[in-house]
Ligand binder design. Structure first.
Ligand SMILES: [Zn+2]
Length: 262
């Protein structure tokens, strides 16, 4: 199963490389305490992000979209994610909060694996949680995938979301439906970083052919995002064009290009 971008990218490409566990994720540090883990396996999985050492207390890390536990090609995505984080000196046991951009299993199946290890708190939008527990559950079971299991502690609302207190990371949550009904994007004005989940990718947009998908909603969402001052766009999946869109002119061009799909 692929829950990712639009159709031209929805096929699995077999590469002729021998995979080491370190080949499955490419770690990219974009700010002092902000890391992206770019999925490079053969099957489907999302890219993940980590805000390191931002929360007070013994579990200071925040993960965004931890991805699959195991994907359709039986790649051990979560094990590789743990190893990739470990390579940067971060432990899963120290994750205090998981933020999900939306409820598709390739973004939040690993919530339960993290919660089991660290009792991390989980959050997503209320609209998305309702979808997960109704139509989403039916959709995932039709696709042969178990509905992701977790209990959110609170719901993400449009507006400010501060992580930590001293040296806080001040994020802004944008409700961006279209790919799924309660998708959110996270904007970090201080670093001009925009985390887009499956709303917009490098040269592509999120698919809208699942139940409750809406191309007109997606267009409105992307129009809103394109107004933001962004230096670095971090999508939920990579495409043949790339993963992270860096540089304000490139981000601007990317928005212009993807609007041609809408
Ligand atoms: Zn998705």
């Amino acid at each position: 199963m692929v829950i990712a971008g639009i159709l031209p990218y929805n096929f699995v490409r077999f590469k002729t490389v021998v995979y080491q566990s370190s080949s499955y994720y490419r770690s990219v540090q974009l700010a002092e305490d902000f890391y992206c883990y770019i999925w490079q396996g053969r099957g489907n999985n999302c890219n993940s992000c980590l805000f390191a050492n931002v929360l007070r207390g013994e579990q200071p890390h925040v993960v965004i979209d931890p991805g699959h536990i195991t994907n359709e090609l039986r790649e051990a995505c979560f094990d590789y994610f743990v190893k990739a984080m470990d390579g940067d000196g971060f432990k899963v046991d120290d994750i205090g909060l998981i933020i999900n951009t939306h409820s598709h299993p390739d973004h939040c199946q690993a919530n339960e694996a993290i919660v089991e290890k660290s009792q991390a708190l989980v959050t997503l939008s209320e609209e998305e949680d309702e979808f997960r527990n109704t139509l989403g559950e039916k959709l995932y079971s039709m696709l042969g995938v178990k509905v992701p299991q977790f209990e959110p502690l609170f719901y993400l609302k449009e507006g400010n979301l501060d992580l930590g207190t001293k040296d806080k990371v001040a994020l802004q949550v944008f409700h961006t439906p279209g790919h799924s009904p309660g998708s959110v994007c996270l904007y970090w004005p201080d670093s001009k970083i925009l985390i887009t989940g499956d709303v917009v990718f490098y040269g592509s947009i999120g698919r809208t052919d699942f139940p409750t998908g809406s191309i007109s909603s997606l267009k409105r969402s992307i129009d809103r995002l394109s107004q933001l001052d962004v230096e670095c766009l971090v999508p939920g999946h990579s495409t043949e064009f790339g993963s992270i869109v860096k540089g304000k002119p490139n981000v601007k061009r990317n928005f212009q290009a993807v609007k041609l799909y809408l």
